[in-house]
Design a protein around this ligand. Structure first.
Ligand code: HMG
Length: 390
């Protein structure tokens, strides 16, 4: 019998600063409750000058390698929509920082917030071909919108790293999956821009349509009915979006669960995203990590992953939480990672945002700010410089 394949380890990293959304509300003239309750967000991570998608992604992956080493890893997939180069994959920098050997293929994947799920499915196929292989997936992003826009409170920054392997320690993925693509202009970032362009209201409708389309396709390809799924991890650009999506799916499925029971199926997935903000490709896997790190024993439970990337592609799949999964978590360390971030006021946050849009992006040094194991030193003659922090 072929072995189960799925997520063997899962870790995250984020920006080393954080801003309370009440601080943003004061500048934007909004009631803080609009962000706390209306969007379901309390704060968001902000990256230091010498942090970016590579330093966050490598910091997440380092935790996995510290625990189990790189044996068996022959592929590193880097999912991002915060690309740092039009040609070279961000994962190649991470590969060096992590000290992975030369016999590893490295590639970058893009489709807005969705591509980490594509990476995971490609990884499953590689492991099915050779169950001795492990695939390292890194998903890392910095969400930036125009300052003073309605989207500004839905920024954030974060990375996850996970390994896909046979007989996984955390989540055994099921073969059934549903996919959905539709060419819509709800959110995009042209090459000349450091911030995304978004039609906020239509992006919510596009998300709901795509996730519903993916769920229908999941049912048509051997998926189980809505009632047989215990917990649902949605992409969370803001956590209230998961509430909207879950109600939408439940109504379409004719679910008889009351609102409190529906909320119980998603509430434990929101703890990290509520504090980190939108981390794009990493978001749905941060939802899974928050769920696994929670108080409830989920052994044997069926968990859904509903992945959405604007533009738009969605995928719906499920997995079973593995026996003994709790031994593979880092719950206390993850909490320290969040509480250890330094709070910034509006002036410091605005200065960091403005520094990110540099007048000469071909040549600059960054200030030493990050406590992360790796730092982005700047750009020298158009070449990005990454180095260990210590
Ligand atoms: P807005 O116009 O500021 O907010 O934009 P609103 O007026 O719609 O209010 C938001 C919620 O707060 C509403 O709740 C209000 O009722 C409530 P809802 O009716 O939706 O449940 N509210 C309050 N609640 C309590 N107390 C109050 C109060 N006042 C109002 N005093 C919007 C919100 C999300 C559109 C904006 O922030 C935005 O454009 N964000 C960026 C786009 C986005 O995140 N879209 C999500 C779907 S697309 C996606 O997920 C993909 C993405 O991650 C990108 C990718 O794939 O790469 C974005």
């Amino acid at each position: 019998m072929s072995p189960a394949i799925g997520i063997d380890d899962l870790a995250f990293a984020t920006g080393s600063f954080r801003i309370d959304l009440a601080v943003l509300a004061a500048r934007l003239g909004a009631d803080p409750e609009k962000y706390y309750r209306g969007l379901g967000q309390s704060e968001m991570s902000v990256v230091a000058e010498d942090e970016d998608i590579v330093t966050m992604g490598a910091a997440a992956a380092q935790q996995i390698l510290d625990r189990s080493g790189g044996a068996g890893v022959r592929t590193l997939m880097f999912a991002t929509e915060t690309g740092i180069d039009q040609s070279k994959a961000a994962g190649v920098y991470a590969h060096r920082l992590l000290g992975l050997g030369p016999n590893v293929r490295v590639v970058e994947l893009k489709q807005a917030c969705y591509s980490a799920t594509a990476a995971m499915q490609f990884a499953v196929a590689l492991v099915a071909r050779d169950p001795s292989e492990k695939v390292l997936v890194i998903a890392s992003d910095i969400a930036r919108y125009q300052l003073d826009s309605a989207a500004e409170p839905t920024q954030g920054a974060g990375a996850v790293a996970f390994t896909v392997a046979a007989n996984p320690a955390l989540l055994e993925l099921h073969p059934a999956n549903g996919v959905y693509t539709d060419d819509v202009m709800d959110f995009w970032r042209p090459n000349h821009s450091t911030t995304a362009i978004v039609d906020g209201k239509s992006s919510i409708t596009a998300y709901l349509d795509a996730v519903a389309g993916a769920f229908d396709d999941y049912l048509a390809h051997g998926g189980v009915p809505f009632e047989q799924i215990d917990r649902f991890c949605y992409h969370q650009p803001f956590t209230k979006m998961a509430v909207k999506a879950h109600r939408h799916l439940a109504a379409r499925a004719g679910s008889e669960l009351d609102p409190a029971a529906l909320q119980a199926q998603i509430e434990p997935t929101m703890g990290y995203n509520r504090r980190i903000g939108n981390s794009y490709t990493a978001s749905v896997y941060l939802a899974l990590l928050a769920l696994l790190d929670g108080d409830e024993d989920l052994t044997g439970k069926r968990v859904a992953i509903a992945s959405y990337g604007s533009g738009a592609v969605a995928e719906f799949l499920t997995g079973t939480v593995a026996d003994g999964y709790r031994a593979g978590l880092r719950r206390a360390e993850n909490e320290e990672r969040l509480t250890g971030r330094t709070p910034v006021d509006d002036a410091a946050y605005l200065a960091l945002q403005r520094t990110a849009a540099r007048p000469d992006p071909s040549n600059f040094e960054t200030a030493r700010q990050t406590p992360s194991p790796f730092r982005f030193g700047g750009v020298r003659q158009d070449q990005r410089v990454y180095e260990p922090t210590a």
